[in-house]
Design a protein around this ligand. Structure first.
Ligand code: DP6
Length: 303
């Protein structure tokens, strides 16, 4: 069968940064994301033509380490006795560059397994499984999702139409995975507890702002929350950062535009790229202004 399963990226407005428990995966703080429907992964599974499991991303054969990581994950919910498989995945998102390819990739993989192994899991079960592969992927099943500390995932609603663009600083694979990075922050950051407290407050405030369709508030919390998350990396030992001089320049551009009256806000994840949140109705004029100041690549995203 030649059909692909689709998984979507999501970008957190209130970040998940730190696991309270690894099995099951539970976040330290409740978090909220927006799904981006044009940043996606498509995956299909076929019987392997060799006597090994194989894994390709964008037609590139992945290392044995990556194959082991993925087979360990799918062993949690697929039959113990199974034939060797070949997993073929394509990302429209640069892989592992902090553009949420792990959430889209994990969602697509879980759906592809459900299809290939005829698991007949319910939507709720698929959300649960997905989280064990990559925590944030459980949010990709909903347009606006809240992932709570008890592990449950809720769909939120908001009457606004959002848009996001990515100011691409660097599309390379990140040097440190979000998994390792957040673990280091949990264990060593001197500001980790403060981060969790702040994120809990941001979560409550963000829910209200979404309900009230208060874009200014949504944007302000999004920015503050991203900065608070990134601060935990610099207060870790050894200290590190995902952000580069170019990331800071991109943030300044967003602030400059805002001073000029454009409604836009930034957020960053486990990589140097800066995402800009705005209202869909403002997309054209914001794109026009930003592209005067940012000559590097810009990816337009649609929710
Ligand atoms: C910075 O979901 O990639 O993007 O659960 O270890 O796979 P694992 O981590 P992952 O972390 C995402 C971190 C983040 C913030 C967010 O999306 O909430």
């Amino acid at each position: 069968m030649d059909s692909y399963s689709l998984g979507y990226a999501n970008i957190a407005l209130v970040k998940y940064w730190g696991k309270k428990s690894k099995d099951p995966v539970l976040p330290f703080n409740p978090n909220i994301s927006l799904r981006l429907d044009n940043l996606l992964s498509k995956t299909k599974i076929e019987p392997s033509l060799t006597d090994e499991d194989e894994f390709y991303i964008n037609d590139e054969k992945q290392s044995q380490e990556e194959v082991e990581k993925i087979t360990k994950f799918i062993a949690k919910f697929t039959p113990v006795e199974r034939e060797k498989i070949c997993i073929k995945s394509y990302n429209t998102v640069p892989t592992a560059a902090g553009l949420s390819s792990s959430s889209s990739g994990t969602m697509a993989l879980v759906l592809a397994c459900n299809e290939y192994f005829k698991l007949n899991k319910t939507a709720e079960e698929l959300v649960e499984i997905s989280k064990e592969g990559s925590g944030s992927s459980c949010r990709s099943f909903y347009r606006l999702a809240a992932w709570l500390e008890d592990g449950s995932v809720e769909e939120l609603s908001c009457d606004l139409d959002f848009g996001m663009m990515v100011l691409v600083v660097n599309e390379d694979r990140k040097k440190i995975s979000s998994r390792i990075a957040m673990e280091r922050c949990v264990q060593t950051s001197t500001t980790f507890d403060a981060w969790v407290e702040k994120a809990k407050e941001d979560f409550v405030a963000m829910k209200i702002a979404l309900e009230n369709a208060d874009f200014e508030k949504i944007g302000a919390i999004t920015e503050e929350n991203a900065l608070a998350m990134h601060a935990t990396t610099t207060t870790s030992t050894p200290s590190f950062t995902f952000l580069t001089d170019e990331s800071y320049r991109a943030m300044e551009i967003v602030k400059t535009l805002r001073k000029k009256g454009y409604r836009c806000y930034f957020t960053m994840d486990a990589g140097p790229n800066v995402k800009v949140l705005y209202l869909k109705e403002d997309q054209e004029k914001i794109y026009e202004e930003i592209s005067k100041l940012w000559q590097k690549k810009i990816i337009l995203c649609m929710e």
